[in-house]
Design a protein around this ligand. Structure first.
Ligand code: MLT
Length: 272
């Protein structure tokens, strides 16, 4: 089955410019639910299932982060949303950066959570293509079931064990075709650091202090590229380092991530 738009979910009610929340891999919009609950009252948050994830179909296009960004844009425009604060976690951040490049008028602010603007190394690209082939061959998502151990930080491994079965449930719910598509799309994405150099709306970068997948150095690289766009207000907001969490910052400490996103959204609304 093909569909013209992606599945969207209202995760927090409110009016005005929405926060569009784009999930990481191999997950769907549900990873944002707890974080959205901590957003300031009146902040409208819309979760999107990216192609092949959760309730969104694949439509036969070649795997591509660019195409995914166009698809998110089309979905929002058809829903009557002229612009939004776009927030992406990890893979969702790659899509958010592609949106900022391809549809800059739509992106009123950019939240980059546990993500990076750099491209894959050849080694990382080859690993993604191997995983894509493995899930297709087995017609299961077994090849990505071990990911949670690497996704969360040491503190979560020790003190938030309850998150492991939740992540496992979310990953098992994904389709092998969707997992393969996303791996190939990520493998093909370019370095988008220059997009941040050109982007002139507010940028907020969030990273977990225990993230080994997209570590602090990647976050600092993005803040530096964004320059003055990343200064939300005098001296704060551009880079939020969340202590005690790894790559799944949004799930490991949803309140801390929501506080950073609330600041970004409030800044965008105040300066319109
Ligand atoms: C994610 O969390 O979306 C993935 O770790 C991103 C990636 O594989 O680059």
């Amino acid at each position: 089955m093909t569909s013209q738009t992606l599945a969207t979910f209202t995760l927090h009610d409110g009016g005005g410019v929405p926060l569009v929340l784009l999930h990481g891999f191999p997950l769907d919009h549900r990873m944002w639910a707890a974080c959205a609950a901590f957003l300031p009252p009146g902040t409208r948050a819309i979760g999107v299932d990216l192609p092949g994830a959760g309730h969104s179909d694949l439509d036969g296009f070649q795997p591509s982060i660019d195409h995914t960004a166009d698809w998110v844009h089309r979905t929002m425009v058809e829903a009557g949303e002229g612009n939004a604060v776009v927030v992406g976690h990890s893979m969702g951040g790659y899509v958010a950066l592609a949106l900022a490049e391809r549809h800059p008028g739509f992106v009123a602010g950019l939240g980059l959570v546990s993500t990076k603007s750099t491209a894959d190394t050849e080694e990382a690209r080859a690993k993604r293509l191997r995983i894509a082939a493995a899930v297709e061959a087995s017609q299961t998502v077994d090849a990505v079931l071990s990911m949670p151990a690497a996704l969360v930080g040491a503190t979560t491994t020790e003190r938030r064990r309850h998150l492991f079965p939740v992540l496992d449930l979310w990953i098992r719910a994904q389709s092998p075709a969707g997992v393969a598509w996303a791996q190939r799309a990520m493998a093909a994405r370019p370095d988008r650091t220059a997009v941040l150099e050109r982007f002139d709306a507010p940028v907020s970068v969030v990273v977990g202090a225990e993230d080994t997948i997209t570590p602090l150095a990647e976050a600092e690289h993005m803040v530096k590229a964004a320059g003055t766009s990343a200064r939300l207000s005098a001296g704060d907001g551009s880079l939020t380092l969340v202590p005690g969490v790894g790559h799944m910052s949004v799930v490991e400490d949803p309140q801390a991530v929501a506080a950073a996103l609330g600041l970004l959204h409030g800044h965008v609304v105040a300066h319109r």
